[in-house]
Design a protein around this ligand. Structure first.
Ligand code: 5GP
Length: 191
């Protein structure tokens, strides 16, 4: 849809930085946005819905999609846990005239940027510090000690990539982060 400034708005960040909360806020507030539902091989959490939060698929199915070149990007985000953006999902939503919102990891966001270039705007959500990030992950109570360590190790590396993106949003206080997200949304959706 040509009247949108950008067709794709990508939020990326280390796990626990708050990007999912920001993406959900924008989805509820602006009906011009639609969420790009990723495919994943990780297990479904009790609060998640298949087809809404993710397409939960098997590793075999994931591999078939890789071979069919069906992914705009995919990543083994954690050992044996694959996540990917389906090209068909992006195209379907763009054809509906939506601005497509993404919640994906840092490497995946870099891939999307190099594939879709000027069609997309990528925002890196940065926690105020690594210590705050660790605390948020612990409070979320979704991780075992092992998966928590994996996420923290990955986050330390990802924080060094912040400057590669179009914009950085520091999520210190969620209300301020929402205000900044509103400004981004309004700019992107401006006709
Ligand atoms: P979670 O397991 O907490 O839902 O997600 C783990 C990480 O994978 C998060 O950083 C999330 O943004 C990322 N992720 C979700 N979907 C995709 C995707 O399609 N591609 C990539 N590269 N990362 C994704």
């Amino acid at each position: 849809m040509t009247s949108l400034k950008k067709q794709l708005l990508v939020f990326t960040a280390p796990s626990g930085a708050g990007k999912t909360t920001i993406v959900k806020y924008l989805l509820e507030k602006y009906n011009q946005f639609a969420f790009s539902v990723s495919a994943t091989t990780r297990g479904k959490r009790s609060n998640e819905v298949d087809g809404k939060d993710y397409y939960f698929i098997s590793q075999d199915e994931f591999k078939v999609n890789i071979q069919a070149n069906a992914f705009a990007e995919w990543e083994e985000v954690y050992a044996n846990q694959f996540y990917g953006t389906l090209k068909s999902e992006v195209e379907r939503l763009v054809e509906e005239g939506k601005c497509v919102l993404f919640d994906i990891d840092v490497k995946g966001a870099l891939r999307l940027k190099s594939l879709y270039r000027d069609r997309c705007h990528v925002v890196f959500v940065q926690p105020p510090s690594l210590e705050v990030l660790i605390l948020r992950l612990k409070n979320r109570n979704t991780e075992s000690t092992t998966t928590l360590k994996k996420r923290v190790d990955k986050a330390s590396l990802e924080l060094t990539f912040a400057n590669k993106f179009d914009q950085i949003l520091i999520n210190d206080n969620i209300e301020d982060a929402f205000k900044e997200a509103d400004q981004i949304a309004q700019t992107i959706l401006e006709h």
